[in-house]
Write a protein that binds this ligand. Structure first.
Ligand code: CTP
Length: 404
């Protein structure tokens, strides 16, 4: 997307640097349009370096390319972060005395505002009337949050965190094709205790599952994200009023949480890496060398959660038309062999779709990018996607919607 990030003069401008970074890292083309006041907080070289585009505040630069309207016309989205009380008033009045003002007047793209100001200024009747006007015109808001403000006061007025604004950007552009549906997503990797300090685990960070949950919520679904050992950092992308996170640790806990949630789910996406085996017994004392150490660990198979969900559905314990998507991490380099294994796995699990991801160095675990092929009915590859985990999430949900 072509995204214009307007920055107005508030201390929260320093956080917008991180927002621009999140947007460019996700592959968007970002043009930053600061006001003169904004440059008192964060300087022009920072904006140019972080967005990799020239930055100006003036309508008199680049006149030949009619920059003062072209930016707005070419934008797919305009974000203003921070949006100060003064800039909100100017936008509401349609004042265009700088490049950001003309860009906002010239654009037909969605506009997202991230207000930031003191609590008194936010509560002020003038600001509230301006916000009501802008929301009435279809502009979108993210925040402000409650919290500590510059000067040590606290209250509503703190700019939403960059991750939250990033998610709101994606939400504004998402189709609403999951409105009214219940989506359950599992993410992360289970840990099977060996003793009080050790476990058998895997390298799944939960990023792909969190991205699927966030995308589903953006598309209107009510989402349950069953997260196995997923860090708060990763879960930050999935912060959404329609999204609930259920924390689990082991494969058995994952099985219980998923069975419970899937009873009402229209779409289930099983993105978690669930342990196939667990230690038969977890010692309640640390297995020290004196106690004989860890020489051998006896393992027992865990329940196949996604297969159990497909069985429950076959037994009528799920809404009609429920779609189940499973994942498979395949390490084979041979594409045909990979697909054959995926086809067999899809049949064995009894699911509609199986997303095969390549667990190699540049893709898959612990990294921001992923590449999947999605195997559907009759073993056909119904879609493939490569890019950010959010882009892959979009392709997976598109495929799930197409099956319904
Ligand atoms: N899965 C599950 N319960 C398990 C193991 C896996 O629900 N106990 C799910 C995973 O969440 C994933 C899918 O099954 O959606 C495929 O997992 P994978 O480990 O690739 O498949 P396995 O059945 O373990 O097959 P194999 O070990 O032969 O690759």
């Amino acid at each position: 997307m072509n995204i214009v990030v307007g920055v107005t003069g508030g201390i929260a401008a320093y956080k917008t640097v991180h927002l621009v970074r999140l947007l460019t890292k996700a592959g968007h083309d970002v043009t930053v349009v600061p006001t003169d006041d904004a440059l008192r907080f964060v300087g022009l070289p920072t904006w140019e370096a972080i967005s990799r585009h020239p930055v100006t505040t003036s309508v008199h630069d680049d006149v030949a390319r009619v920059r003062h309207v072209a930016l707005g016309q070419n934008a797919d989205l305009v974000v203003v972060a921070p949006a100060t009380a003064n800039s909100i008033a100017k936008i509401a009045a349609g004042i265009a005395d700088d490049l950001l003002g003309t860009t906002l007047l010239a654009t037909e793209a969605p506009v997202l505002l991230a207000p930031a100001m003191h609590a008194e200024m936010w509560r002020n009747a003038a600001t509230q009337a301006n916000i009501a006007t802008l929301v009435g015109r279809g502009l979108h808001l993210v925040g402000p949050a409650e919290g500590e403000l510059a000067g040590g006061d606290s209250g509503p007025g703190r700019m939403a965190e960059p991750e939250q604004i990033f998610t709101a950007v994606l939400d504004v552009r998402a189709p609403r094709d999951l409105d009214g549906l219940n989506v359950v997503v599992s993410a992360g990797g289970t840990r099977e205790p060996i003793d009080p300090v050790r476990f058998l685990g895997n390298r799944s960070s939960g990023r792909q599952g969190a991205a699927i949950a966030a995308e589903a919520a953006a598309r209107g679904a009510t989402v349950t994200l069953v997260a196995a050992n997923v860090s708060d950092d990763v879960l930050a992308v999935a912060r959404h009023p329609q999204l609930e996170v259920v924390h689990v640790g082991t494969a058995a806990q994952m099985a219980d949480a998923m069975k419970y949630a899937a009873v009402a789910a229209d779409v289930v996406v099983m993105a978690a890496a669930v342990a196939d085996y667990r230690p038969t017994e977890a010692s309640d004392q640390k297995l020290t060398k004196e106690l004989g150490g860890l020489g051998r660990i006896e393992l027992v198979e865990t329940e196949d959660v996604v297969a159990a969900l497909a069985e429950a559905r076959a037994a009528g314990r799920a809404p009609t038309g429920q779609v189940i998507v499973a994942f498979a991490a395949e390490t084979s380099e041979d594409p045909e062999e990979r697909l054959d294994r995926a086809r067999r796995k899809r049949e064995r699990k009894g699911v509609e779709l199986l997303a095969v991801n390549l667990a190699d160095a540049g893709h898959g675990f612990e990294v921001a990018h992923n590449a999947v092929e999605i195997v559907g009915g009759e073993g056909a590859v119904v879609a493939s996607a490569a890019g950010t985990k959010r882009q892959v999430a979009r392709a997976i949900l598109d495929a799930a919607v197409a099956v319904r």
